[in-house]
Design a protein around this ligand. Sequence first.
Ligand code: AMP
Length: 213
Amino acid sequence: MNIILLGPPGAGKGTQAHLLVEERDMIQLSTGDMLREAKDSGTEMGKVVADVMARGDLVTDEIVIGLIREKLQGEKGGGFIFDGFPRTLAQADALGDLLGECGETLDAVIEMRVDDDALVDRITARSTCGGCGEVYNDNTKPIPADGKCIKCGGTEFNRRADDNEEALRNRLMEYYKKTSPLIGYYYAKDMLRTVDGLGEIDDVKMAIAGLLD
Ligand code: AMP
């Protein structure tokens, strides 16, 4: 089963993707994670995207489609979770073509709906484990008192450079201008399913499970 998690920054796509990986052996393809990895390891492409990401703008379709193309040729596991991809109509068309080329189909697009005020609160309270990427939130899922990640025991936690109010405003603007048209695009293809992303992590997980099973 191949699915897209669609929603603005802070909707909880990464958190739910991690749960699906753990429980269903699915493979998370997060273009944001791939781009951060390229940036941190200082590749040529990483240098090109660093400023764009810091501002909260979208990197070019060509770059992210190239990243996804590579990953689709690797392990398939229990299916792919596209997290943060596609973000434009051109990327959505390309994904359809790429899946077709490797004999795969897209089974569902799950829109995680949240209100904008909640997004700002969530994002400014967010941190991730440097070891495994587990996502924490100062208010709803704080780092354990012993300072160790619940998943890997790591002790280093990072706040994303673009999780500040200015970059977030831009990321939200990019979402509404370029990504939200995908809601209509997948609705018209009869693939769109919506969950309330504002609930507790477990409730959102159950809602997604209800759609997938
Ligand atoms: P994310 O971790 O999904 O919030 O992505 C972080 C940043 O990476 C975004 O603000 C963009 O600058 C860039 N990015 C990630 N995925 C894409 C994509 N599919 N298309 C364009 N830019 C992307």
